[in-house]
Ligand binder design. Structure first.
Ligand code: NAI
Length: 462
């Protein structure tokens, strides 16, 4: 069977690309060896957010006495929590299957491998042909020396999300996004958690301002998560019973029952048949692509985690949409790489888009910066969510908004207004003259913008 488009990989890059391509009138096949939805839906964003919401409830209930409401300590039915999490992913996965059917996308179950610029061999024995091919094969957790995932006490993020057990002591190697999100979840589930991060600060890869990560670090510490910076884990030995003794690079030892390795993810670019089209991945295994996500082999595209850039589901979907339009003949389709928002679901949450203050100043231009604390918002006080702040960075000359960072409750949702502002080059004045409903959290963004203009109503002038 010959198609206009053949996509390998059904995650948020591949399935979105398939749907948009089909909507644009192309005949599409998608090859996927597992369930549609990819890591994001089954082993990443969605299950972690379900657990984030569930464990946040535990925290909120346990601290409600301040408001005169007392709950008994929670009793945890782990299989039921795991089943509920599965029900969330199953429902979404079913939705994708329905969407594919409705769009007439042929989903081929199996593992796909290029055997030429227009041909893919599927593990089922079929050979599929298409005018264009999209590689959307995603990424997998990186394994480090001395901590093989095959060891039952060494967890990848996939193992942690299976929720088979709550270890009494959990060591997390890597204080990146996965490390801190899962550290917070397991701490609330009752584990004694220690994060071991090689660099001087957590979440360093995100390029956030120090004051932003400091709030998250304080939140982790208050929750009882121990964070060790500037050290790595070198090896471990098994102790009597369930224990592990982990040796750290500073010569100290860390006792744990399970160790979660979250030191990054590697693109799934091997065994894809790239050599048959003359394409070579870079040192990290990522497939180099143009701004239209086209590889050096004309007609073969690559999107999402398998290409250089942030490994984020919404970035993969954005790539997929660009490629669909490019394949349908739009000569101007290109990825807005610098405008990918990033969100970390810690307590409090952290969300950013565009330039941080540090990056904007380093770029050399004059900048206007405004901030506003959650503690100044009536809504936040009533919610008992007073940690954190809103920050806006603008060009000091023309007042165009260059970046927004929000650390605090619901930051992930609140960022949307900032994304719109940066994407469309809104000025501080345009946001300032927009009436924001009261009492709401977005008022914090409005106040930060007014502060960048030097006219914040609820800020004491000094
Ligand atoms: P990461 O790159 O964000 O963080 C890995 C961390 O491990 C780094 O801080 C690094 O310095 C540290 N590290 C590396 N080797 C180490 C060692 N031997 N000992 C101690 N520390 C070491 O990678 P992570 O957290 O695994 O996430 C992978 C990808 O998944 C990221 O690109 C992330 O953006 C994405 N993701 C996004 C989420 C979100 O948007 N909320 C949630 C989870 C993952």
């Amino acid at each position: 069977m010959a198609y206009d488009v053949l996509i390998i990989g059904g995650g948020p890059g591949g399935y979105v690309c398939a749907l948009r391509s089909a909507h644009l009138g192309l005949r599409v096949a998608l090859v996927e060896e597992k369930e549609l939805g990819g890591v994001c839906l089954h082993w990443g964003c969605i299950p972690t957010k379900a657990l984030y919401a569930a464990t946040r409830l535990i925290h909120q209930a346990s601290t409600a006495t301040e408001m005169g409401i007392a709950f008994a300590p929670p009793s945890l039915d782990l299989p039921r929590l795991a089943a509920w999490k599965e029900s969330v992913t199953a429902r979404l996965a079913g939705g994708i299957v329905d969407l594919m059917k409705a769009a007439n996308v042929d989903v081929v179950r199996g593992r796909g491998r290029l055997i030429g610029p227009r041909e893919v061999a599927v593990s089922t024995g079929e050979t599929l042909r298409a005018d264009r091919i999209v590689l959307a094969t995603g990424s997998r957790p990186i394994e480090i020396n001395g901590f093989p995932f095959s060891h039952p006490r060494v967890w990848s993020s996939d193992d942690a999300l299976r929720l088979d057990e709550i270890p009494q002591r959990l060591a997390v190697i890597g204080g990146g996004v996965i490390g801190v999100e899962l550290a917070a979840i397991y701490r609330r589930l009752g584990s004694d958690v220690t994060v071991v991060e090689l660099l001087p600060d957590i979440l360093a890869a995100l390029g956030l301002d120090r004051r932003a990560t400091a709030v998250v670090k304080k939140g982790l510490t208050l929750a009882g998560v121990r964070v060790l910076n500037g050290v790595s884990a070198t090896s471990f030995v098994e102790e009597e019973g369930d224990g592990l003794k982990i040796t750290l690079s500073d010569g100290t030892a860390l006792a744990a029952d399970r160790v979660l390795v979250a030191v990054g993810r590697r693109p799934n670019s091997s065994d894809l048949g790239l050599e048959t089209i003359g394409v070579e991945p870079d040192r990290r295994g990522a497939i180099p692509v143009s701004t239209r996500c086209e590889t050096s082999a004309p007609g073969v595209y690559a999107i999402g985690d398998v290409v250089p850039g942030p490994m984020l589901a919404h970035k993969a979907s954005a790539d997929g949409i660009v490629v669909a339009h490019a394949m349908a003949g739009d000569a101007h389709a290109a990825t807005p790489a610098e405008l990918i928002p990033q969100v970390v679901f810690t307590d409090p949450e952290i969300a950013s888009v565009g330039l941080s203050e540090t990056a904007a100043r380093a770029a050399g231009g004059e900048v206007a910066v405004g901030r506003f604390a959650y503690a100044g918002l009536g809504k936040a006080l009533g919610m008992r969510e007073t940690e954190g702040f809103f920050q806006v960075v603008a060009d000091a000359a023309d007042h165009r908004i260059l970046g927004v960072t929000i650390v605090g409750a619901e930051a992930s949702d609140l960022l949307a207004e900032g994304v719109l502002a940066v994407r469309h080059g809104l000025t501080l004045e345009q946001v300032a003259e927009t009436v924001h409903a009261h009492p709401t959290l977005p008022e914090g963004f409005h106040e930060a913008v007014e502060n960048a203009l030097g006219c914040g109503i609820h800020t004491v002038k000094r």
